[in-house]
Design a protein around this ligand. Sequence first.
Ligand SMILES: Cc1cc2nc3c(=O)[nH]c(=O)nc-3n(C[C@H](O)[C@H](O)[C@H](O)COP(=O)(O)OP(=O)(O)OC[C@H]3O[C@@H](n4cnc5c(N)ncnc54)[C@H](O)[C@@H]3O)c2cc1C
Length: 327
Amino acid sequence: MKTWKKFAHVDAKTAEEAAAILKSGRAALIAGGTDLLGTLRFEILPTHPETVVNLKADPFLDYIKEYGGALRIGALTRLEDIARSALVKERYAALGEAAHRTATPHIREMGTIGGNICQLPRCWYFRTPDNRFNCVRKGGGQCFAMSGDNRYHSIFGAVKSCLAVNPGDLAPALVALDAKIHTNRRTIEAERFWDVAFPGSTVLADDEIVMEVQVPAPPEGAKSAFLKFAVRKSIDFPVVNCAALVDKAGGTARICLNAVHGKPYRAARAEAAAADALKGNSTAEEAAEAAGAAAVAEARALPGDRNKWKIQIARTLAKRAVLACLR
Ligand SMILES: Cc1cc2nc3c(=O)[nH]c(=O)nc-3n(C[C@H](O)[C@H](O)[C@H](O)COP(=O)(O)OP(=O)(O)OC[C@H]3O[C@@H](n4cnc5c(N)ncnc54)[C@H](O)[C@@H]3O)c2cc1C
């Protein structure tokens, strides 16, 4: 039986205290621990933290409220609280549904919004215990998915030679809803939050901490939706997911796919196609169909076509997400 590598555990009373410990460079932040503890237990990374800094002792990072024209969710808010919030379900439906469709009730009771948007990729080469595949994402020389089993990997190309996808369910909802991520240092647009060299990475500095997620209130009459395709109905990551926000009266749409690329994929062509259709005389079905086709216009299966099935799923989810917003 494998034993855990040792690390110190520190309860930080405030985010400032946590950031000071993280600055040492050999520490990792823990919120719900549903992702981090698996990576430590199975030693999937080449390095191991000396200290795990527990943020949960900070009582001021767990809230859902609406003011100043935006929904504000503290970084330590549990996914289940987001999924159950009447406010979120009514006005920010895509986010509520994304939280509801994440993992299982147990994980949603532990997992937080901050941890969800900072989780590491699920690529099976990357996640193999004991760092057996020291892949390019970990600083090694190659992406094993290039020639290996890549049925769940990117349909929009590699990011720095890595084909892993961003596996988060909340990410596309936050991008579609034009959210902002507020840290202990700055405010980052959700769309830019994963804009980095490697899949599943964020733009956060080592000692930077997510404090709050802010979602602007959608325009009056606009509707949002989130859809997910997974192999199993529960306890499963997305094969593909999609969130949309459609303002029918204003003739605009924001559409984001995830689990299809190293970072959430904002489907700009689909947004333009939906907007054109909304401004013309198209039916809801025609607008949705056009958006679905445009969403995957630039998608390509990897050599061998093992992940080709994801293209059709992405197309269908984008279509259905737009349709759900127009009904
Ligand atoms: C069986 C299983 C199924 C799952 N299914 C899904 C799924 O369907 N969809 C999905 O999206 N996810 C899924 N997850 C992934 C993940 O557990 C959840 O997304 C959860 O929300 C992570 O939150 P956490 O608070 O537990 O994060 P932690 O494990 O505590 O942290 C995860 C990462 O985020 C960092 N972090 C945490 N909080 C902050 C913060 N405030 N600021 C900066 N960095 C921070 C940590 O340092 C760590 O690197 C699943 C996990 C498991 C084990």
